[in-house]
Design a protein around this ligand. Structure first.
Ligand code: AMP
Length: 433
């Protein structure tokens, strides 16, 4: 199947071809014709499945075909849980729509509201927004939502986790009753089902991966390690594996900052990304990561949600998430667009229960491999308090991994085997059906 089989207009086909996509992903193959036909859609799709193009392409086409367009007020509203996702969806919309005269604008919190107010005055067709900021703008009468024809809830499960549902309800009250609704969610809880039932009319249900299943292409493994030794093991893994790029998840913002300093202290270029960082700092960190200027991006759950980092080969769970579904989201950062990825979890004895919960959701075990020997290198306390790469007075000691909890032998994962080749071709290779 090709994109032209899906009924897309030449301007969109051209933009898609320039992106290098030649085969629609499974979600695109199903969602594009349905959205073009004006149907509501309920899609169970993780990040990395190509879901964004799955809704953006047909929406652009519907807008382009609508001659009687209002001048200023947006006709499409996309709600996302995070600023990063809002920015990414808006970027995708602009790049897929580059041969059309459709204006996309994004608004989110954490930055000055005034430039957003004046930009909205100029008008846009597609508005991508995080819920809180959109409500602020609506209260200040800076945005008119009465012309919305299509509402998209992207990563609805995450919006629910983040407590955005009351905001979303308030926003929906500001929209016209007659509209098309699209709901995307990686996981399905009863709350999401309830939301979908209230919101969607006779939706087409699309499920591109089994419920709560991880992306098949991600190779998962875990190491047992004492909490206080995790950072040394991480340094060892990055060095030995010569990892060019790794996304590391910590549970807290403070933990992300501390680990970033520790990695820097070990001579590994790193930056942290979390909710306490300014938008500018987050964009800068992400940019440096994407351009290979730093090796490790240390992130909390929320900050990393929806990040589209092309073909990220490596994710590390420095700490396991409390909610098993978050594990699915985290490892969904790798293996994007059909590329293979590796997800490594560092599991301390107090996390054994969390690992068990994750395995229950995955319906499979995560192979636990023998912990490699790694070196413990303590940086000497520094007078300036900052981390530096020089590491004068480092205390070295070889460490034979001490396995706190019970140890299970894993089926040894097909270590480097499943790595992707070349990387040039952007053909859809996922088998997420
Ligand atoms: P998403 O799940 O929407 O975040 O998209 C994941 C990644 O897949 C993005 O980097 C897209 O650029 C890429 N992508 C989307 N559709 C295709 C396709 N049909 N072929 C190859 N790559 C794609």
């Amino acid at each position: 199947m090709s994109f032209s089989d899906l009924g897309l207009m030449p301007e969109l086909l051209r933009a898609v071809a320039e992106k290098g996509y030649d085969t629609p992903s499974p979600i695109q193959a199903q969602a594009i014709p349905a959205v073009l036909a004006g149907r509501d859609v309920l899609a169970g799709a993780q990040t990395g499945t190509g879901k964004t193009a799955g809704f953006v392409l047909p929406i652009l086409q519907r807008l382009a075909a609508d001659a009687a367009a209002p001048q200023r007020a947006p006709r499409v509203l996309v709600l996302t849980p995070t600023r990063e996702l809002a920015a990414q969806v808006a970027d995708s919309s602009r790049s897929y729509g580059k041969y059309l005269r459709i204006r996309t604008f994004q608004v989110f919190g954490g930055v000055n509201i005034n430039p957003q107010i004046s930009a909205l005055r100029d008008g846009c067709d597609i508005l991508v927004a995080t819920p809180g900021r959109l409500l602020d703008l609506a209260q200040q009468r800076a945005v008119d939502l009465s012309k919305i024809q299509v509402l998209v809830l992207d990563e609805a499960d995450r919006m629910l986790d983040m407590g955005f549902i009351p905001d979303i309800r308030r926003i929906i009250k500001l929209l016209p009753d007659r509209r098309q609704n699209l709901l995307f969610s990686a996981t399905y809880s009863d709350d999401i089902r309830g939301l979908a039932e209230r919101l969607l009319r006779n939706p087409l249900s699309i499920q591109v991966a089994p419920r709560n299943a991880p992306i098949e292409l991600v190779e998962q493994r875990a190491y047992r390690v004492q909490k206080e030794h995790k950072r040394h093991l991480l340094v060892h893994l990055i060095r030995e594996g010569k990892w060019p790029q790794v996304l590391v998840f910590t549970r807290t913002k403070h933990g992300a900052n501390r680990l970033t300093q520790q990695l820097e202290g070990a001579g590994i270029r790193a930056a942290a990304i979390h909710g306490n960082k300014s938008q500018a700092a987050r964009v800068k960190a992400l940019d440096m990561f994407k351009h290979g200027q730093i090796t490790a991006l240390v992130a909390t759950e929320v900050a990393a949600r929806g990040l589209d980092i092309k073909e990220l080969p490596q994710v590390v769970n420095f700490e396991l998430p409390n909610v098993p579904e978050d594990y699915v989201h985290r490892i969904g950062r790798t293996g994007r667009a059909g590329a293979a990825g590796e997800a490594v979890s560092l599991v301390s004895s107090d996390e054994t229960g969390l690992l068990r919960d994750i395995e229950r959701v995955l319906k499979r075990s995560v192979p636990i491999l023998p912990t490699p020997q790694f070196e413990i290198v303590e940086s000497a306390p520094q007078a300036q308090g900052g981390a530096s790469g020089s590491g004068g007075g480092a205390r070295h000691g070889s460490h034979q991994a001490n396995h706190g909890g019970e140890r299970r032998e894993g089926h040894r994962a097909p270590a480097q085997g499943a790595r992707r080749g070349g990387g040039g071709a952007r053909q859809w290779r996922g088998r997420a059906h």
